[in-house]
Design a protein around this ligand. Structure first.
Ligand SMILES: Nc1nc2c(ncn2[C@@H]2O[C@H](COP(=O)(O)OP(=O)(O)OP(=O)(O)O)[C@@H](O)[C@H]2O)c(=O)[nH]1
Ligand SMILES: [Mg+2]
Length: 365
C-alpha cells in the first residue's frame, strides 16, 4: 500500500526547498520561475518518538520508521489549464495523489520576484484553486455526457446522477472546491470515479521568513482569515531555515540551531505528521531485539490486513494477533509484566488495530 502526498503551489514559493527537507532524494531549487520541469518522487520517514521510547525498554539493533511517498509537482500558474507556464501536464500528477500540501509564499525577498508581481498568498490560493476547478469542471462535464447517453437507453439511475453532477458543476463554477460541496452519502457513488483535484484533502503551509518561524506574520494572518470557514489545517514553516537545519549533519548543532530559532523540532516534522494523518494513516509496531519497526496502515484496518502489510503470508495464514497497547508497555516496562498485569491481549481476525499497538502475529501457511 503506497499512499502519496503531493506538494503543489505557484512557481518559486519553496516547494522543492521543502521537499528536500523532508525527502530522502534531493532535487534542484533555483531562483528561476518554473525551475522544476518534472514531478519528483521521494520517500519520507515519519518522525515518531515512540520508536526511541520502545528502544529504551527493548534495546534493539535497528529502528525503522514508517514512510510515506511524497511528490514535488512543478509550479502552476494562471492559465495552466490553457498551457501557460509548464502547462497542465502536471495536473495529471496531482490526480494521482491521495492528499495535497499547498505551499504559500508568505515571505518578502526582493531578489526573488513573484510571477504575479507581488507577494499575496490569498490571491495565490485563488489562482491554484481556479486552475484545479477548471479541470474538475471538465471531468464533471464528461461524466454528465456519459450519463446522458445512459439516460437515453433507459438507465434509471442516470437522471438523478445528472442532477447531482449539475449541482457539483455549479458549485465549482462558483469558484468553490469540490471538497466543500455537500453530497449525501448515497449520492457519493456518482463522484467516486472522478478523482476530482479539488476534492482531495489538503493542508496549507505558509512559507515564512526566518524571523516569523514561531510567530507567523501579516501574510499568515490573511491566509488564516481567508480559510477560516474551511475545515483545514494551516501550518507555518520557515523554508529557508528548515533547509539550513536539514543540512546540518551533527545532531547537537541541529538542536542548537533549532533552539536559536525558538523551535522545539523542525517544522517539517510537524508537517509530515499532519500529512500522515490527513492521509488517514496510523502506525502499529513490531518490537524485537533485531529491529523495532513502525508499519503504516489505514485507520480502521483489521489485524489480518495489518499483518498483510508486513507480508502477504501473514495475512493469508493469520491465526491470531497478540497485542500490547503502547502506553501499557511503556508504563509497565516489559512484556512479562504486561502479561502479569493481565494487559496482554489475544485478538482474532475482526480486531481493529489501534494507533500504537504492538503486534505479534501468529500465522501458519
Ligand atoms: N527568502 C526565502 N527564500 C526562499 C524560501 N524558501 C525558498 N526560497 C527560495 O526561493 C527560490 C525558489 O525555491 P524552490 O524551492 O526552487 O521553489 P519551487 O516552488 O520549487 O519553484 P518551481 O519548481 O520553479 O515551481 C529558491 O531560490 C529558494 O532558495 C524562504 O522561506 N525564504
Ligand atoms: Mg521546484
Amino acid at each position: 500500500m503506497s499512499l502519496q502526498c503531493g506538494i503543489i503551489g505557484i512557481t518559486n514559493v519553496g516547494k522543492s526547498t521543502l521537499f528536500n527537507c523532508m525527502s530522502n532524494t534531493k532535487v534542484e531549487t533555483t531562483n528561476f520561475a518554473f525551475s522544476s520541469s518534472k514531478s519528483n518522487m521521494g520517500i519520507i520517514n515519519v518522525p515518531d518518538n515512540r520508536l526511541n521510547e520502545l528502544d529504551k525498554i527493548q534495546p534493539t539493533e535497528k529502528l525503522i520508521p514508517a514512510t510515506v511517498e511524497i511528490v514535488d509537482i512543478p509550479g502552476l500558474t494562471k492559465g495552466a489549464n490553457q498551457g501557460e507556464g509548464v502547462g497542465n501536464k502536471f495536473l495529471g500528477d496531482i490526480r494521482n495523489t491521495d492528499a495535497l500540501i499547498h505551499i504559500l509564499r508568505c515571505f518578502d525577498d526582493e531578489n526573488l520576484p513573484h510571477v504575479d508581481g507581488s507577494v499575496d498568498p490569498v490571491r495565490d490560493i485563488e489562482t491554484i484553486d481556479f486552475e484545479l476547478q477548471v479541470k474538475d469542471v471538465e471531468s464533471v462535464e464528461k461524466k454528465i455526457q456519459r450519463y446522458k447517453k445512459l439516460e437515453k437507453i433507459g438507465d434509471k439511475d442516470a437522471k438523478h446522477g445528472i442532477e447531482v453532477l449539475n449541482g457539483l458543476k455549479e458549485h465549482l463554477e462558483g469558484m468553490q472546491n469540490a471538497r466543500s460541496c455537500e453530497v449525501s452519502d448515497g449520492d457519493k457513488k456518482h463522484l467516486d470515479d472522478l478523482f476530482l483535484l479539488t476534492a482531495k484533502p489538503i493542508i496549507y503551509v505558509c512559507n515564512v521568513d526566518d524571523a516569523s518561524a514561531t510567530t507567523g506574520n501579516a501574510y499568515v494572518e490573511k491566509v488564516k482569515e481567508a480559510l477560516k470557514d474551511q475545515n483545514t489545517e494551516v501550518l507555518i514553516i520557515a523554508g529557508k531555515l528548515e533547509a539550513e537545519i536539514s543540512d546540518l549533519e551533527d545532531l547537537e548543532d541541529r538542536k542548537e540551531f533549532l533552539s536559536d530559532a525558538g523551535l522545539d523540532e523542525p517544522g517539517v516534522n510537524k508537517l509530515i505528521r499532519s500529512a500522515y494523518s490527513l492521509l488517514n494513516l496510523m502506525s502499529f509496531f513490531t518490537v524485537g531485539p533485531k529491529e523495532i519497526r513502525a508499519w503504516t496502515i489505514k485507520k480502521g484496518m483489521t489485524a489480518p490486513q495489518a499483518a498483510g502489510v508486513i507480508h502477504s503470508d501473514l495475512e493469508r495464514g493469520f491465526i491470531r494477533a497478540e497485542v500490547m497497547k503502547y502506553d501499557d508497555y511503556i508504563t509497565i516496562g516489559s512484556e512479562v509484566k504486561v502479561k502479569e498485569a493481565g494487559k496482554f491481549h489475544v485478538e482474532g481476525k475482526n480486531y481493529i488495530v489501534d494507533d500504537g499497538d504492538i503486534l505479534n502475529i501468529r500465522f501458519n501457511v
